[in-house]
Design a binder for this molecule. Sequence first.
Ligand code: ADP
Ligand code: GLC
Length: 489
Amino acid sequence: MAATRDDRPDVVFITSEMFPFSKTGGLADVLGALPTTLAARGLRVAVMTPMYGRMKADEFAPRLVSSDCHVGYPWPPITAEVYYTEYRGVDVYFIGRDEYFDRRSYYNTYKGDYFDNCERFNFFCRACVSWLKQMGHSPRVVNANDWQSALVCVYLNYLRRTDPFFADTKTVMSIHNLAFQGRFSERLFWESGLPSEFWSVDGCEFYGDFNMLKAGITSADYITTVSPSYAEEILTPRFGCGLEGILSKRADSLRGILNGSDYQIWDPRKDTYLPSCYSTERMTGKMWCKKKLLREYYLSDMLEDRPVLGFIGRLRQQKGIDLLLDILPQLMNLNVGVVVLGEGNLETEARLLELMEDYQGQLAAIIGYTEELAHRIQAGCDIFLMPSRYEPCGLTQMYALRYGTPPVATAVGGLRDTIAPYPSDYATGFTFAEPEPNLFLQAVREAVEVWENREAWAEIVHRAMTQDFSWDRSAEGYLELYRDMGALS
Ligand code: ADP
Ligand code: GLC
């Protein structure tokens, strides 16, 4: 389907991260792929995202298109800069103001969140709305993502009633992770310039605090999250992070649309980060990737004949890194190798480095954030570990499938929706019911046993690599939603 072409954008995505311009996790990957897939379908698509400092110097160097985007109350004289670049058929607008966005990281320092995150992202949202208006064409749909852009839904909810320009712009609030809500003190609500009508339990108020994600959830026309299973889970106290009540009230306007995997970037047949590419027909390249990985991280040559287990992710409770640390001694007894790439909790980082000394030649821990290495670990390992406590969707397991590295994962959220568990004729990986160390260990043991049976393993690998989680299918889910909302024909 192609929407009718006039000057109105069909969809404008608002996001605090977009690959390849900025990234701390899966949100960036999604916003690097979904808009471009929709654009390839003939839609007119734009993305608005902050102009973080380092982008000015990097290879994309977006060009300045406005230095006086007026943001208005509560900062009358304050303006935003707007930069522009085109990326894979999508218009990308970067909202700049150095005092807010030219920092060493996006949201926090190692000591905690930036003290002015509320002001920074309120500014960002206001600037997005102002720029939409200054561009002169109201979008059919504005799709916000996570708490950092949630206030856009609130402003549009209000403006639709007061400014004919936005009268028929629909809003979607996409939740990528309910645990991050943008929760601040009540005082900051009153300083934000949001209309007072939004200060209520059916608006921004959450146990006396100002909750930006809740504001988006209560103000948007429609709410999405990133997998069908997570869409069900967040209606329960276990996964709802306190918002299960308000989400249940809006259950009729909530949809789980599974994320996709960007095979232009994550494909072992053409991945330029790999020492050697490979495909289901020619798997020798994968062995070469493994050898190189072992050598590069001083892992024992003996591991060429034993499975190597990989973990890539934020070193946080969500990802169950503590479960991995719990079972590490037993894993070492299985004579397997383990490669961990991540950053996050400082104690966990330190513990991993200590353990690397204890298990020399068998454990490699790389603390940091390296896009290239993430690709090489996916390719060089045999088994991918994902013992998440909850997982809205998860992209790394989808990448692992395509790289022939069957995952061992908790059966939660998007992991449940993307991995067909062993034993079955369709198995693509291994899952365990609850995030508990003994269940995790049992599942890894099972995977290692199957790995030892080369034929059985080859079948699982082949099936994993031929799964199709391309964005085309996921984008269809968003198109259907926009049509159901009456925003697109
Ligand atoms: P989440 O968004 O919850 O962190 P996802 O699985 O959806 O989890 O996406 C994580 C993304 O971030 C993947 O692209 C993964 O490769 C990447 N990633 C996570 N940690 C690192 C790291 N330390 N270095 C490089 N890439 C990382
Ligand atoms: C979040 C979730 C992750 C999801 C990603 C992209 O960071 O934790 O599960 O894949 O967003 O939607």
